[in-house]
Design a protein. Structure first.
Length: 357
């Protein structure tokens, strides 16, 4: 199949990571996949290593973006175009309308809903849309958009490493923090909690992984708290696998797909996730079984909870094994890829003779 994945903003978000991962993996399965994003964007730079074809798109919000997408569809062909946002949905609808063929699939990320907006309604009038939900389809309490094709569900999945990374022997060598630029303010609580822990544990280190690692204010705070030589800043999450070696546990600071993928990746590596108690985090881990959920991110409470967890190596190992087993059972990359293939195949069949009002 010929599949196109649109990342208009070009920022390396959880949603972009899902599309980049799926496009690469499906290309490896023999499909013709294309990842569309602004040139020189984060997605474009990271996507260079992908097996998917890379195609340029105008900057976010730039007039005529749909024409760039149309040019991609005319050159590459497309059985289905996958998008995330209202703007991307409208862009794809206009391009597909002009092309006269192809399916439009809008993925709703973890914890998200299809809000009733003028842009979304306009897009639906131009070209039929199938909504792809991450959990329930649609989530409880949220009706499916009127006039849309029957929604479907494809759960998130992550790859399982062949071996779990080596865990910290004493529980205090390394903590990791997976955080996004949008959650920098909350990530400061992890830095402050680490400073409290460091007062009692001289060999403690923190690895900040994700787009928040590039935030200068967060780096200044770490220095002001005496952690300048104790923190490693790792900008992109594609570095996460190696960064987890020797870690004792990890904080996940983010929302939506970022939070879900962070929790799942730590669990897949046999590490205990600590996260704020949100609907998304609670869906993927059970408190006290796979990880720790906290009602609020208060540094003293976070430090105390972390101290108790890290002091008990047996408990950490048990929770880590339980988390890895759950990912292997319910949230594999293989199942997510099969879900995307099924959605694309169904959408292609329906789009061959799209019904117009």
């Amino acid at each position: 199949m010929q599949l196109v994945f649109v990342c208009e903003s070009g920022q390396w978000t959880g949603a972009a990571r899902v599309f980049t991962t799926v496009a690469h993996a499906l290309a490896s399965r023999g499909h013709e996949t294309t990842l569309v994003s602004p040139p020189e964007s984060e997605v474009a730079r990271i996507g260079v290593r992908s097996a998917a074809r890379q195609m340029p798109l105008g900057e976010e919000g730039e007039p005529g973006g749909w024409k760039d997408l149309l040019a991609v569809l005319e050159e590459r062909g497309s059985d289905a175009v996958f998008v995330h946002t209202d703007a991307e949905q409208l862009m794809a609808a206009r391009a597909l309308k002009k092309l006269g063929r192809g399916a439009l699939v809008r993925r709703i990320g973890a914890g998200g809903v299809a809000a009733d907006t003028r842009t979304r309604r306009r897009a639906e009038k131009i070209w039929p849309t199938r909504y792809l939900y991450t959990s329930e389809s649609p989530p409880s309490g949220h009706a499916a958009p009127s006039g849309a094709l029957t929604p479907v569900r494809v759960e998130l999945g992550v790859s399982l490493p062949e071996r779990a990374p080596q865990r910290s022997a004493d529980g205090y060598a390394v903590l990791v923090c997976l955080a996004t630029r949008e959650a920098v303010r909350r990530a400061t609580n992890v830095v402050r909690a680490t400073a409290l822990l460091a007062q009692q544990h001289s060999n403690l280190r923190l690895r900040v992984i994700g787009t928040a690692a590039a935030d200068p204010d967060l780096q200044v705070l770490a220095s002001a708290l005496g952690l300048a030589r104790r923190v490693d800043w790792m900008t992109h999450r594609n570095q996460v696998a190696g960064a987890l070696d020797g870690a004792a546990a990890g904080w996940v600071i983010g929302d939506g797909d970022d939070a879900a993928l962070g929790v799942l990746q730590l669990m897949a590596h046999g590490l205990v996730p600590l996260a704020e108690r949100t609907t998304v985090a609670a869906r993927y881990l059970s408190h006290g079984i796979h990880g720790i959920l906290m009602a609020q991110l208060d540094p003293p409470t976070m430090a105390a909870e972390t101290t108790v967890l890290l002091a008990d190596a047996e408990r950490r190992a048990t929770m880590g094994d339980a988390g890895r087993a759950r990912v292997e059972r319910e949230f594999t990359l293989r199942e997510m890829l099969s879900g995307f293939e099924s959605v694309a195949r169904t959408a292609r069949e329906r789009s061959r003779t799209p019904a117009r009002a």
